[in-house]
Design a protein around this ligand. Sequence first.
Ligand code: NAD
Length: 398
Amino acid sequence: MKILCVLYDDPSTGMPESYALNSLPKIDKYPDGMTLPSPKNIDFNPGELLGCVSGELGLRKFLEEQGHTLVVTSDKDTEGCQADKELVDSDIVISQPFWPYYLTRKRIESAPNLKMAITAGIGSDHVDLQAAMDNKVDVVEVTYCNSRSVAEHIVMMILSLVRDYHNQHAIAKSGGWNIADAVKRSYDVEGMHIGTVAAGRIGLDALRKMKPFDTHLHYFDRHRLPDSVEKELNLTYHEDLDSMLKICDVVTINCPLHPETEHLFNDERISKMKKGAYIVNTARGKICDKDAVARAIQSGQLSGYAGDVWFPQPAPNDHVWRDMPNNGMTPHTSGTSLSAQARYAAGVREILECFFDGTNIRDQYLIVKDGNLAGMGAHSYSKGSSTEGSEEATKYKK
Ligand code: NAD
């Protein structure tokens, strides 16, 4: 079989010769008891860069020993790009949300042999899920592999926005010492109302991690959490998103991108938020209308915006979030720490082993199966597609 793997570029200085840490902490299980990816074997050292082209997710030896062909490229957006050329006779495509190969309907229909699209990470909105259903292409992801990595990033971003860390660091770095400049937008998180849009694996973990800061916690989700969890965290559940937005000082967005959530945060919704609130969005860029966010930052309706997700990706060099005031944006990194890479590389290997052995892929990993939303897809997505506009990724220039 032919496996096409679209990964981000290697470091500009070449692959690292050594790493900051010699090993990763050992984690046995996720908080709900789900086991970590458990392939029969791995051919990489956990803690190494695996998500870039030379890292190859550690798959080459395994695939080639079984007689399969592995093609790895980062060239994914332009007309005539290598990914498009290789896709036409590929059986499986692997792509990462950080550097998504947008599997639009046109691309899916250009690949008659395509059987499965694997997301090396979580969030499969870069695949036109409706076209995948229509063409019987299964879509799977490595559920939970980086959910907690993202929750850590959320905590970092909430604290850095509210305390105005970026401004203070810039002052220190540039040799300055004007304390008043450094603190004139700086607050404590303690006592604030923090709300998450969706309390799935990431949203719930972010709430848990914010609890020790003595904050008031809120959530909105299409599925209600068990009573015991609401009690443990003293959570306020909101059936209506706007009722949560009007009281929260910080809103963190943690739902997948699908037709129900696309541009959920537009001018109208942001106008219903508490004046001066902060948004942290590590879910997907397109859940927010980028220009509406920029306008709200300019007017002061929002005090700050941070996140690591953009639309499309890579974001055009002149994307308005790159230099709007009071932003704490990073490129899409939260779910691809070296720790997370080890988990999703192992998860992809587990999925491929199951596929080649003809055994069941874990139900939790399924988004689309046999022409329908399945597993986590049925729980967390809606039918349709959110890939429209992804061709703008060609605007990015290295
Ligand atoms: P999850 O499936 O455990 O949780 C998703 C939650 O969203 C579910 O509780 C679901 O009920 C809720 N939801 C879905 N649609 C909704 C709607 N219309 N209204 C309200 N709630 C809705 O997934 P997760 O692990 O928590 O990940 C969530 C998302 O975060 C992913 O789909 C992905 O887009 C994003 N993510 C980003 C990164 C990153 O690196 N930045 C990494 C992993 C995941």
